[in-house]
Design a protein around this ligand. Structure first.
Ligand code: F6P
Length: 361
């Protein structure tokens, strides 16, 4: 077989491990693998290197490397490809036909699409048009319900937890409140896990709207007169009771709304209400960078090898998923239908509450 692989959406630690597992598993079956650059762009960009042959030599030593050797994009929807008109305005055109034509022209039999909910929705649409597709779930947000965890998540948590741990020394030295904003889009998984691992006093997640009075109550409880400090971890999608999220770009022309600014907003409110010196920081894309932790490498390698096995079985239109201890196949339509948000009655929230962590409620 001649199979293609692409990576779409935000990058995540572990993508290169998937690519390596796909290439080696396929090569060991005598198959050829081709990498499509930057989502689907490589198929119709006209760039001769838009689709490249991947051999074992191409993927040597990349399991531990963050990012993706194929490049990716958050704006790579072949059904809505932006085009600039002569008058300078832009429109979007459906180039999904070019995807299938590109596969046919190159004699490609199937696609392994590695991505988050947005990319996998595109893969599901292409499957309906006849493309043989197998999805591999990827996102640091861990918000894909069809798999018990996505690779990238544990690395993001490790990065964030270490950063939060570093904040304790400066917070204690200055007797300050430190507010750190983490990624996660509409789910609070990273903030919850990293906040608990990093010994935060307050953890704010989109699933539990916050009350500023409750946050300040907890902050004040951390001080004994002028001695003390507090660590507040907030997901970028956290919002006040009855309020909305804080956005950098709420209605972008393309792509998803971009959260940003809730940490700074909270810091101003906390300082104003408590009088305690407060600083905020945004961990941002550091959570997407760096070498994947061993757990994510292993999960990504398992996903990649499983995707090739499914292709060998002719089982397309599905996504590999972890249902501990097994990796199994889930229909793509079903896989992208449900996102997973933090269960507010789950044991991790309960554990945090038992330790005295405030969720601002
Ligand atoms: O989906 C992964 C993610 O990192 C989200 O947590 C975050 O909100 C978004 O991507 C950031 O997107 P971009 O890289 O386009 O700024």
């Amino acid at each position: 077989m001649r199979i293609a692989i692409n990576t779409g959406g935000g990058d995540a630690p572990g993508l290169n491990a998937v690519i390596r597992a796909v290439v080696l598993s396929a090569d060991n079956r005598g198959w050829e693998v081709f990498g499509i650059e930057s989502g689907y762009d490589g198929l119709y960009s006209g760039d001769p290197d838009g689709v490249v042959r991947l051999t074992p030599g191409s993927v040597r030593g990349i399991t531990h490397l963050g990012g993706t050797i194929l490049g990716t994009t958050n704006r790579g929807n072949p059904f809505k490809v932006p085009r600039t008109l002569p008058d300078g305005t832009t429109e979007t055109v459906d180039r999904s036909g070019d995807v299938l034509a590109g596969f046919h022209k190159r004699g490609l039999d199937a696609l392994i699409a590695v991505g988050g909910d947005g990319s996998l929705r595109i893969a599901a649409e292409l499957a309906k048009q006849g493309l043989k597709v197998i999805g591999v779930p990827k996102t640091i947000d861990n918000d894909l319900a069809a798999t018990s965890v996505t690779f990238g998540f544990h690395t993001a948590v490790q990065t964030a937890a270490e950063a939060i741990g570093r904040l304790h020394s400066t917070a204690e030295s200055h007797r300050r409140v430190m507010v750190v904003e983490l990624m996660g889009r509409d789910a609070g998984w990273i903030a919850l896990f990293a906040g608990l691992a990093g010994t935060a006093d307050v953890i704010l997640i989109p699933e539990i709207p916050y009350d500023l009075d409750k946050i300040c109550e907890k902050v004040e409880s951390r001080y004994d007169d002028d001695d003390g400090f507090a660590i507040v971890v907030t997901a970028e999608g956290a919002r006040p009771v009855g309020g909305s999220g804080t956005y950098v770009e709420e209605h972008p022309r393309e792509g998803m709304p971009r959260y940003g600014g809730v940490g700074e907003r909270l810091a101003e409110e906390i300082e104003q209400r408590t009088g305690r010196e407060t600083r905020s920081l945004v961990l941002g894309h550091l959570q997407r960078g760096g070498a994947p932790v061993a757990y994510d490498r292993i999960l990504a390698l398992r996903f990649g090898a499983a995707a090739v096995e499914l292709a060998a079985q002719g089982h397309f239109g599905c996504m590999v998923a972890l249902d501990p201890p097994h990796i199994h196949a889930v229909p793509l339509d079903e896989a992208v239908a449900r996102t997973r948000r933090v269960p507010t009655d789950g044991d991790v929230v309960s554990t945090a509450r038992a330790l005295g962590v405030s969720f601002g409620d």
